[in-house]
Design a protein around this ligand. Structure first.
Ligand SMILES: C/C(=C\COP(=O)(O)O)CCC[C@H](C)CCC[C@H](C)CCCC(C)C
Ligand SMILES: Nc1ccn([C@@H]2O[C@H](COP(=O)(O)OP(=O)(O)O)[C@@H](O)[C@H]2O)c(=O)n1
Length: 243
């Protein structure tokens, strides 16, 4: 049977001569032979066989279990999102917490708690789409209330600066859209989404909370921002991203 011979010398690469190609490797010469015609495929290798009924039942039950797990996780996280806003609505209505601090705590907790909920979803490829339902519904919710289609004074009071419904269509809506995009395109597989959400929720949130209270030393190029606020942004963003 004719072969194409490939020999690998241990010495520095010699001139390539056809049909033998010399490639430098150490420590010894290897001779590889490539048969010119395809190797005989052993019988049964790579031949598709229909799964047995028992195996089909197992596949179906695993898929149903994952679907139930993801559905339950989605409902639980949606309930968590609603409860979070309701809790801060309760606190701000009774003046137990100032509005700005309420907004920033919702800002921090929404992203951090949402990422923390990701492990309760299944390991199937469809899990991210179930998880994405949560920010999607909250996006629709913010648009509906921001456009005045419905009224929710508690939501407006706990997540806006001045208590105007139009504000829902700016910071909060952008924030939840970022949650949606990171869930769909990065999910648990890529650190890009996790680091981005950690910086957006934990970092930016604490930059405001710390900077507004202790930020006397302002940045030279931006008198609205302070050194302690910027340091808090990176410190808490980093801590939440590795957390
Ligand atoms: C207040 C928020 C953003 C404000 O940004 P900025 O004005 O400071 O620029 C965040 C708004 C959050 C939203 C109302 C609720 C989002 C819930 C989230 C999708 C899911 C959280 C689930 C978790 C289990 C609580
Ligand atoms: N790097 C930073 C960021 C915010 N801050 C403080 O936090 C307040 C809100 O900053 P921000 O840019 O997060 O404000 P928003 O535009 O998010 O409402 C600022 O007015 C500063 O008092 C800071 O001192 N240093």
């Amino acid at each position: 049977m004719p072969f194409t011979e490939v020999s690998l010398p241990s010495s520095p690469p010699a001139m390539v001569t056809t049909p033998v190609v010399k490639i430098a490797v150490s420590p010894s010469i290897l001779t590889l032979r490539f048969p010119l015609k395809p190797l005989p495929i052993p019988s049964g290798a790579g031949v598709f066989r229909r799964p047995s009924p028992l195996r089909l039942r197992r596949i179906r039950s695993t898929a149903v279990a994952a679907w139930l797990q993801d559905s339950g996780a989605t409902v639980a996280v949606l309930a968590g999102a609603y409860s979070l806003v309701l809790s801060f609505d309760f606190l701000t209505k009774r003046n137990l917490i100032e509005q700005n601090l309420s907004r920033k705590l919702v800002h921090v907790l929404s992203g951090v708690l949402f990422m923390s909920s990701w492990p309760i979803f299944s390991s199937t490829t469809g899990a991210r789409y179930f998880a994405a339902i949560v920010p999607l519904i909250n996006c629709l919710r913010l648009v509906a209330y921001g456009l005045g289609l419905f009224t929710n004074e508690g939501l407006i009071k706990s997540v806006t600066r001045e208590g105007k419904r139009e504000e829902l269509l700016r910071g909060p809506l952008c924030y939840v859209l970022v949650l949606l995009v990171c869930t769909l395109f990065f999910w648990r597989q890529s650190p890009i989404g996790i680091v981005s959400l950690a910086m957006m929720s934990g970092g930016d949130g604490f930059a405001d909370i710390v900077g507004r209270r202790f930020g006397t030393l302002k940045l030279p190029y931006n008198k609205r921002k302070s050194w302690i606020g910027s340091i808090s942004m990176f410190t808490f963003g980093f801590l939440f991203s590795i957390g």
